[in-house]
Design a protein around this ligand. Structure first.
Ligand SMILES: NC(=O)c1ccc[n+]([C@@H]2O[C@H](COP(=O)([O-])OP(=O)(O)OC[C@H]3O[C@@H](n4cnc5c(N)ncnc54)[C@H](OP(=O)(O)O)[C@@H]3O)[C@@H](O)[C@H]2O)c1
Length: 251
């Protein structure tokens, strides 16, 4: 059998934020299985060590950082090697009805989901850590895209993700001449610790799972496979796009 694989990540160095849990952790593990060298970051050092221990191959590094802390973000960027891929996965949820969504709540969520995500991307690009041919994948949400899935209580989270969708379009346009591609992956509900922050009961979640044409929420590695496509050279002509991964729920 030949070792032909257009989705291979051999020879690529990839930074994954939010790599201490859920989708980010699964992405780091699956990228390493396809040959990438990983730089993993998150806040919880113990869980980052666990991520490192699950990676295939050697030469991976972990740099713990609170991304809303400007000094920590600068340290991360300074210590980061040249990258072929950047997966911006760190994020948080918050469920509140619109009438209770005061501006301080927006600030708390936007600080993580939008401000620090965009600043991390901008600083890495400005420091020329993202070379020609590199790929940036922003983890968005079906709640952040036109024709997505909008559920009550999700306005702050959804707005932060809609803002990421917009930045993706502008960054893709402006960075294309530098050979940097920028896309989003937009999952619906995925079985990770984050969905515990969604204020609905387990029974309501079970009912919701049944509304998905494919009968269930996603698994973290199923999102990782979509991210890997966008990181790989198989997607060399893809920029400014959103890949919806949703078990059919937005049909
Ligand atoms: N699960 C879903 O249903 C779903 C659906 C659509 C989109 N998403 C998006 O997918 C991404 C990953 O979510 P997940 O479900 O995998 O959640 P998760 O398991 O809770 O993981 C969140 C990750 O983000 C990191 N993080 C959070 N705040 C941070 C901060 N201030 N500084 C640095 N790192 C921070 C966490 O680090 P520590 O744990 O080390 O603190 C953790 O690694 C998020 O952007 C989320 O919005 C998730």
């Amino acid at each position: 059998m030949s070792d032909y694989n257009p989705f291979s990540l051999v020879g690529k160095t990839i930074l994954v934020t939010g790599a201490s849990s859920g989708i980010g952790q699964a992405t780091a593990v699956e990228c390493s299985r396809l040959g990438a060298k990983l730089v993993v970051t998150g806040r919880n050092e113990e869980r980052l060590v666990e991520t490192l221990s699950r990676l295939d191959g050697d030469g991976h590094v972990s740099i713990a950082a609170e991304l809303t802390d400007a000094e920590a973000l600068k340290r991360l960027v300074d210590n980061c090697p040249s990258l072929d891929g950047l997966v911006l996965c760190a994020g948080r949820g918050m469920t509140l009805p619109f009438l209770f969504s005061s501006i301080d709540k927006f600030k708390t969520v936007f600080d993580v989901n939008f401000n620090s995500t965009v600043e991390c991307f901008r600083m890495l690009a400005k420091a020329k850590k993202l070379g020609r041919g590199s790929s940036v994948v922003i983890i968005d949400s079906t709640g952040g895209t036109p024709n997505g899935r909008f559920s009550p209580g999700n306005c702050i989270y959804g707005a932060s993700k809609a803002a990421l969708w917009s930045i993706m379009k502008f960054a893709a346009l402006e960075l294309a001449p530098k050979g940097i591609r920028v896309n989003t992956v937009n999952p619906a509900m995925v079985e990770t610790p984050l969905i515990k922050s969604v204020n609905i009961t387990d029974e309501q979640k079970d009912l919701d799972r049944k509304r998905y044409p494919l009968g269930r929420y996603g698994r973290p590695e199923e999102v990782a496979y979509g991210i890997i496509y966008l990181l790989s050279d198989a997607a060399a002509w893809v920029t400014g796009q959103s890949l919806i991964l949703d078990g059919g729920v937005t049909i």
